[in-house]
Design a protein around this ligand. Structure first.
Ligand code: ADP
Ligand code: MG
Length: 367
């Protein structure tokens, strides 16, 4: 079989574990990951009633992705398989993008930002840049910005001004945020501080669905400049912890919240539209439709490599959100495959898959 050409958009799914709280509240997992590629979403009703064997199999949803990670996979493993391969090209002067998509509570912030004991992709990427770049010829600067309600806020500034930042475009270096704090990072610890403090400054508002629901997109941009001969290689890595993808109607929002929802959807919608346009080779890419896509204009498409991590919760209570995320991720994958006229089917995994399914049935019938 011919090797698949390196793709512009690689789609990975990550399913988080059930929390202690969920376990003690009889929440059960309806998401199975197999073969690092397949995701099976069980019928939430049937498995809740312990009658999995009798359930209508047409209610079971199956997807195949470039990569899929179950609840037992740690962030380091995920990082090595998704973002790490992009670092080399950033050091070579290319732009690259990693974003986490998914509903609130699915694990986006855990994946992208993480905690000091389990750092996310943002921190690990900068660490890898420091490791890969020769420190004497390399300069690394980071900015951390929030897109909230189609406004930009500087998460790297300790001064909590409500002042909104301006997005401008430079004909050579591309889009930039005027006046944003740029940290000339000399150590990875500085980056960890920036992420933790910055994340604490993000706008979070209570909604009916989740009191800590993040209504904002957080964008870390790492600029790497490397002297090579008489020139300078300039690469940029953009990493985005997107706002929750759940629909405004589901969070029972109203008034201001609803307006936020509309704007969040606008940025998410615009991101989806840009990815679709790029993947199908369209000449027109609607970058200007939102602040987020304007900010990422020079980091999506062209020679840029993009990785999408679709985060999902395994909870049977999150069935609708999980299904929506898997469908969104699947569309991004399908569009790319169609554009390249390569047909990818999960057939080669069928026997392994059947085996796994029968294991699942046994597991469920033993409950
Ligand atoms: P989101 O940013 O998508 O709203 P979070 O990243 O805040 O979701 O995750 C929700 C909760 O689940 C947090 O308490 C987080 O620590 C936990 N969590 C998410 N993913 C994982 C994981 N892979 N392993 C362990 N805990 C996780
Ligand atoms: Mg979050």
């Amino acid at each position: 079989m011919e090797e698949e050409a390196p793709s512009r958009i690689s789609v990975a799914v990550r399913c988080r574990p059930l929390s202690e709280n969920e376990r003690s509240n009889m929440v059960h997992s309806i998401c199975r990951v197999m073969d690092r590629r397949l995701v099976i979403l069980l019928d939430p009703g049937a498995s809740a009633a312990n009658d999995y064997l009798r359930q209508d199999k047409s209610k079971e949803k199956r997807f195949a992705f470039d990569q899929a990670f179950g609840s037992d996979v740690d962030t380091q493993t995920l990082f090595q398989a998704t973002a790490e391969p992009l670092i080399k090209s950033v050091l070579q002067g290319y732009n690259a993008t990693v974003f986490a998509y998914g509903s609130t509570g699915a694990g986006k912030t855990f994946t992208m930002i993480g905690t000091p004991s389990e750092p996310g992709i943002m921190f690990r990427s900068v660490e890898e840049i420091f490791r890969g770049g020769d420190i004497l010829s390399c300069s690394v600067s980071c900015s951390f910005v929030e897109v909230y309600n189609e406004n930009l806020r500087d998460l790297g500034s300790s001064d909590i001004r409500e002042g909104m930042l301006d997005l401008r475009e430079d004909p050579v270096t591309g889009s930039y945020v005027a006046g944003i704090t740029e940290i000339q990072a000399e150590s990875v610890q500085e980056v960890m501080d920036l992420l933790q403090h910055g994340n604490g400054r993000r706008t979070t508002e209570p909604t009916a669905m989740n009191v800590t629901s993040s209504r904002s997109h957080a964008v870390l941009q790492v600029r790497v400049e490397r002297r090579q001969g008489s020139g300078t290689l300039m690469g940029k890595l953009s990493m985005i912890d997107l706002a929750g993808s759940e629909r405004a109607s589901e969070t029972k929002n109203s008034g201001v919240r609803l307006l936020e929802g509309a704007n969040i959807n606008r940025s998410l919608l615009a991101l989806g539209n840009c990815i679709n346009a790029l993947a199908s080779g369209s000449h027109f890419v609607p970058y200007r439709d939102s602040k987020l896509t304007r900010l990422l204009k020079d980091s999506l498409g062209g020679n840029c490599r993009t990785v999408m991590v679709a985060n999902v919760s395994p909870s049977h209570l999150s069935y609708e959100d999980t299904l929506n995320t898997l469908k969104y991720a699947n569309r991004a994958k399908n569009i790319r495959v169609r554009a390249k006229q390569i047909l990818v089917t999960p057939d080669e995994h069928v026997s392994e898959y059947e085996h796994a399914i029968s294991d699942l049935r046994n597991e469920v019938s033993l409950l």
